[in-house]
Design a protein around this ligand. Sequence first.
Ligand code: SF4
Length: 458
Amino acid sequence: MKSNLAEKRDYVSSTNACKACMPLGASIAFKGVEGCVPFLHGSQGCATYMRRYLISHFREPVDIASSALGEGEAVFGGGPNLKQGLVNVINKYQAKAVGIATTCLTETIGDNVPAIVKEFLDAAKVEGPGGKMPALIHASTPSYAATHAEGFHAAVDAIVRQLAHPVARHSGINLLPGFVSPADIRHLQEVAKGFGLKATLLPDYSRPLDAPAGTSYEILPGGGTPLADIAKMGGAAATLSFGWTPYSQAAGRDLQERCGVALHDLGLPIGLRQSDAMFEALAALAKREIPSRHADQRGRLLDAMVDGHKYLSGKRAVVYGEQDLVIGLASFLAEIGVQPVLCASGGRGAGFRENLERVTEGLVRETVHAEPGVDFYRIAELSRELKPDFLLGHSKGYLIARELGVPLVRVGFPIHDRFGGPRLHHLGYRGAQEMYDRIVNALLEQKQSESNVGYGYL
Ligand code: SF4
């Protein structure tokens, strides 16, 4: 069916991109490995921008090293800078791992990072902790080719390909949660523990990017997926991988193909049905019943959905962000009686439209308008026509919400204009409950503030 919405004009530039930089996503993934320092092979400005962007969301110190290329290296190659930078980082941080991500500059000039790293290792005189050379992981992340989400998953895939190899089979499982909040990671750890499963969750930045206050500054914060556990991922009984897009499924597929680890691909467990799928998969792997506390959480969520239906039924929402997150949010909105009128993402990964159709089938009254590869100029243009009751996404949609006079319910990344983004839950029954309450309250607050009566009872 042809849409009546304004056609996208034929232009190539972006106005306020609905995505961030690819190595920025890789840096987040590298922060989730024990003792790992993210290292950008490129100019200093890239690392400075990413540090500022991440600190504003996570409100933690985020060190990202750089090979600090200048004009000369752009012409003659950045190999010597990369090698000197590795020496400095290993000596200064005593890092157990260094996660090297390329930038637009080094991808464009064609620096061969694997070859430079091999030369460095062959000639190495430096030593990390315990007299050992740290693990040097490298991911190719040309930002002009993709988004921060794809950079995140490219780094996860690189970690698995370079550090996990076939080993003796054991009873543990691998959990690849995708790009979720530190609070979500902690929740998944509790859930796996509740099933009695020994899960290697990769990456685990729940502590490095949301750390308790300490009495002294730690140059390398604790936490992260232990390197010894990553090395055993190739012997796990199964991998549970969350995400609908090919890039979010890459690491799980690699473990399956190279190491024969059984793969269970699920979508991000957002909302009732996708959370059910996660709990059922965990129950099957653990060979036990779903713990009663999760059954209770599910029951409370259903009860809230019944109680709040009068506030949400028939409402219309614009959803935007990373593709996997948007598909999960659309699935959740369709379950709670909200029509997702526009689902937009800066990512162009395959299957966006198809998966949106699949997760909303039979639950929505209108066709969900899916727009991959868009910027906020286009999202604003469509939102003016579609007249949503609220927006669901990160802080960068605020100007559209303000122009339309509707609430923005903040989820995902980045959240630069509110406090506590890393502690938002999105996954499981707990995440669905939190989001449900926040959406209902945002609409009630809107109704209250627009009324000149001053109702204290809604
Ligand atoms: S988009 Fe390219 S040039 Fe800009 S910060 Fe990212 S890697 Fe650097």
